[in-house]
Ligand binder design. Structure first.
Ligand code: XMP
Length: 326
């Protein structure tokens, strides 16, 4: 019978047998899949596992802390955090084209990750503990889809931790390769991971970098982070987390419009709300959200985020629109 306890027990035994006394590395993205894969492997081999988290500076408010603190507290995993935000900002300076941004972020991510990986391998080697394994959070649908290729993969160059080049010197551990997403969430809960990680909605690898239409700068990231945090807070408070597949919050950084705020005229940026309903992200519809929730989000964002004087709602289905704006 399929129970989460059985899945955990079987995987733990299989991983122990596969790894023996060697060491393993796992990249964490902040997403559900890599978190659950890492937690499973940690349960099996403990300190023989080292996780790497590359902070590209494009995460939403509180997400990096969630990995650094909550995930570590829940699992006791050994974690190496690389703060590479300045490097990413530098590489993105002056770039507005969406595909170019995606390529730069993907490229820098792999470079930083490989460097961290090499450091761990060198340190372990010096201590006589060779690193032989790389953990990946590959799911069953990922395996099925990579055969045919998804529609979106042809439209945008996707970046995620699961898409790292397979290093030939490593053997792969893929403890989730027989599971669907809802099963992965159940396994994560069984392993004691917090809800904020296990129930997390999809978030793109390139992060807020592709939710700023225009050049990515530190000021713009800070502004978008505030607006996004308000939207997420209100959506959660309204109990809409499960109903809405995801709700990208987008900053139109090169657009300004006239408004009236406080004592006079303002000339600020619009924020776009993109709530969508979907089964698999291949197609989507815009979510018919309660007006009072939209009103609260709008009032709070325009009151609390300086330089934003307008909130607009995206009412486009996919197709023709994609879920993300870039
Ligand atoms: P689009 O914008 O293509 O998005 O309709 C479909 C789904 O994929 C997510 N997305 C990404 N996920 N790396 C990811 O891991 C990426 O580069 C990426 N780009 C888009 C998006 O949030 C939506 O859930």
């Amino acid at each position: 019978v399929w129970t989460t306890t059985n899945v955990v027990d079987e995987q733990v035994a299989a991983i122990r047998e596969q790894v023996g006394s060697a060491r393993a590395i796992c990249g964490l993205s902040g997403g559900v899949d890599s978190a659950v894969a890492a937690a499973l492997v940690q349960k099996a081999i403990g300190d023989q596992l080292t996780c790497v988290y590359v902070d590209h500076g494009l995460m939403r408010k509180g997400e990096t802390e969630q990995v650094e603190k909550d995930f570590v507290a829940a699992t006791g995993v050994q974690l190496k955090v690389v703060d590479a935000s300045e490097r990413f900002l530098k590489a993105l300076a002056g770039v507005s084209d969406p595909e170019q941004k995606r390529k730069i972020i993907g490229r820098e991510f792999i470079r930083v990750f490989e460097q961290a990986q090499a450091e761990i391998v060198a340190e372990s080697g010096a201590a006589g503990e060779p690193v032989k394994f790389l953990v990946q959070g590959t799911l069953y649908p990922d395996i099925v889809e990579s055969g045919g290729g998804t529609g979106t993969a042809n439209i945008k160059s996707h970046h995620n931790v699961g898409g790292l080049p397979e290093d030939l010197e490593f053997e792969l551990i893929e403890p989730l390769r027989q599971l669907f997403k809802d099963e992965v969430r159940a396994v994560g809960a069984e392993l004691g991971l917090p809800d904020e990680i296990v129930q997390r909605q999809p978030f793109p690898g390139p992060g807020l970098g592709i939710r700023i239409v225009g050049e990515v700068t530190e000021e713009r990231l800070d502004l978008l982070r505030e607006a996004d945090a308000i939207a997420r807070e209100e959506l959660t408070a309204a109990g809409l987390d499960r109903e809405i597949w995801q709700c990208p919050v987008v900053l139109l950084a090169d657009v300004r419009s006239v408004g009236v705020q406080g004592d006079g005229r303002s000339y600020g940026h619009p924020i776009v709300l993109r709530p969508v309903s979907s089964e698999d992200a291949m197609t989507a519809d815009w979510t018919r959200m309660p007006y009072d929730v939209l009103a609260r989000i709008s009032t709070r964002i325009t009151n609390e985020v300086s330089d934003v004087n307008r909130v607009v709602l995206d009412v486009t289905s996919k197709p023709p629109g994609t879920i993300e704006w870039e």
